[in-house]
Design a protein around this ligand. Sequence first.
Ligand code: MN
Length: 463
Amino acid sequence: MAENSELVLTIGLEVHAELKTATKMFCRSKNDPDAPKPNINICPVCLAHPGTLPTINKKAVEHVLRVGLALGGKLADYTEFDRKNYFYPDIPKGYQISQYQFPLVSGGKLNGVELTRIHLEEDTARNQHSDEKDGESLVDFNRAGVPLMELVTEPVITSAKQAGDFAREFQLLLRYLDVSEANMEKGEMRVEANISIAKPGERGTKVEVKNLNSFRSVERAIEYELVRQKEVLESGEKVVQETRGWDDAKQVTFSQRKKESSHDYRYFPDPDLPKLKLSEIAEFSVENLTKTLPELPTQKRERYARDYGIKSEDIEVFVSDLELDEFFEKLIPELENKDFVVLASNFITNDVLGLLKKDSKLKLPDSGNFAKIVNLFGAKKINSRQAKDQIKLLVEEGKTAEVTVAVDLTEIIEKIITDNAKVVADYKAGKASALQFLVGQGMKASKGSANPEVLQKMLVEKL
Ligand code: MN
């Protein structure tokens, strides 16, 4: 059997994401799969009553096209919906409306990984099984018919980390485009990994792993499969083509079922839905869709590095945290000098985030007050210790910069020295208590907001 080192790991990912729309994919029921009560966002269409007719949710189509455009994919001109036939209680029609031969988007690239396609389909209902032995199973249709986007990559991913990074970047993109919340733990984004190992140039047997509900489990499951499949091959056996689940508690994959080939689904175009010629729909023109695209994560990273010289770890902190980044973007125009942006970035990533981490009740400060502190520091009117103290006050107690920062210690010290010439002379003659008097005057002048140690240090330096 082959040596370990000769075996190559190959991974392709399938990522499903629930789209953010007001209503479901083919009916007017509310799109709220996590509604507190089961079976409230339902209607005859998403319950699959006979004789009902689906209608296409335009917003969902637009979301997928925008994602395709952002990923550099080719948008379809002709597209249609197909029936993917299978029997399961979560899909009482007996088929899922999906896309087969004519997906909305073909090709494209993310994080250097080539994409095969992105298509649009409907989500299924949710089965809830009782924990009791012989207990009943119930079906909740709130999720049935929710618009679901499916992205398929080419089998070109070669490590667990690359797969995890791809999934993280895709989640970020969906959030930037505001097309999905894409929380993996809520099932709004679901990743499946097709994993195989083989000698270079040969084809391995593909194993599909499902139930991956975190980035970590994506990476762990791939690492686990790499070891498992190697052991199978080394023992002289063959890897079985199958679907495996991920047991997060035990950190292992387990066999679920033998994989159906796509032929088993008997795809055919859904006769109840119109074929779409996208070039005939004005709002779906590339020109119009392009106008709706925000700055994308990659573009933001480039801009932060190029315009402000922020270091890449810090850029990542902002780019991956939309709320923090919104604060940062609001702050930038309030800074007096472009060079202060990198100072602000340092204070945020070190000090502000450090404080927020220590106490989860704290919130991001007001950007205007934060800008004042950075501006004073940038103009060298306060030193770094003072800036950090002011930031702490602002974040922890919400004290505004008017109260806490309007203290220019350099000015105060100069004034004290001029006003107290005799005490200064005493200090210079060796009278130690004179210094304490001067510090006291400084505290008074700053209305108690200065740091006495800093004040003393600055006085000594000046004298
Ligand atoms: Mn699917």
